[in-house]
Design a protein around this ligand. Sequence first.
Ligand code: ADP
Length: 251
Amino acid sequence: WKKINTNNRSNDELYQMENTYNQMIDRLNESVNRQEQFVSDASHELRTPIAVIKSYAQLLKRWGKEKPEVFEEAIQAISSESEKMQHMTEQMLSLAKNQQRENLLFETINVVSLTKDVIRSLSVAYSRKITLFTEIQQLDFSADKEKISQALYILIDNACKYSDDEIHVSIDRLDKELQLSVKDFGEGLSESDAEQIFDRFYRVDKARNRKTGGTGLGLSIALYIVHAHGGDIKVKSKQGEWSIFTIHLPY
Ligand code: ADP
C-alpha cells in the first residue's frame, strides 16, 4: 500500500486518481463481503454436525453406561459426524489455498497419463467402469500437475457419486484449447441447479438425501483451480439422463 500525494496534480490527473481509487475501494469491499459470506456459510454448515455431536455426547453421558445400544449408536454418530467435519474443514482449506494464483507450481505435464492415473484410482475406489476416449497419445502441457489432477478428480468423483453406470472421460485438443470432459449417465441437473452448483456449499436436494457425504465445495474448488490456469468449466445436462462437465484450458 502506498499513500498518494495530490500536490501539484492537474485536474485531469486528480480525476484519473479518484477513478482508480474508487475502483480499488469497490474491489476491496467486494472481497470483504465475499469473505464475510464465506465465514457465515461455513459456520452455518458446521453448526449441524456440531449440534449432532453435542446431543449424542449428552445422551452418552446420561445413558451410555446402562444401555449398550445407546452407546453403540452414539459412538457411530459421533464418529461419522466428526469425519464429515474433518472433510469439510479440509475442503475449506483447499478452497482458500486455491483462490491464489501465486500458489500454482507450473511444470510440463503429460495430460494423458495424468488423466489415466486419476481414472485408475477412482475406478478402484468405486469399482466402476471409467473409460477414456482420446486420439491423443501424449500431450505435454504447462500446468500445476497436482491441482489439475485435483480438479479432474473432483469431476470424476462426482460422476461416480451421482450416477451408477459407466463413466466416459475424453481428452480433446482444439485449436487453442485443451478439453477434458467427464460424462455420466446419472440423475443429471435441472437448468437452475446447473447454474448454481459451482456456488460454495450448494447441493441439489437429492444429493443431500443421497448420503454421499458431500460438502457442496468440490466444484467451487475445481473452478478456482481451472480459473487460476486461465480456463473454465462448463456443464451440460439432460435431467434424469446425463451430465457432461468439461474443463477448458488455454493451450
Ligand atoms: P458435493 O458433491 O460435495 O456435494 P460439489 O460442489 O462437488 O459438492 O457438487 C455440488 C452439487 O452439484 C452436488 O451436491 C450435486 O447435487 C451436484 N452435482 C455435482 N456433480 C454432479 C453430477 N455429475 N450429476 C448430478 N449432480 C451433480
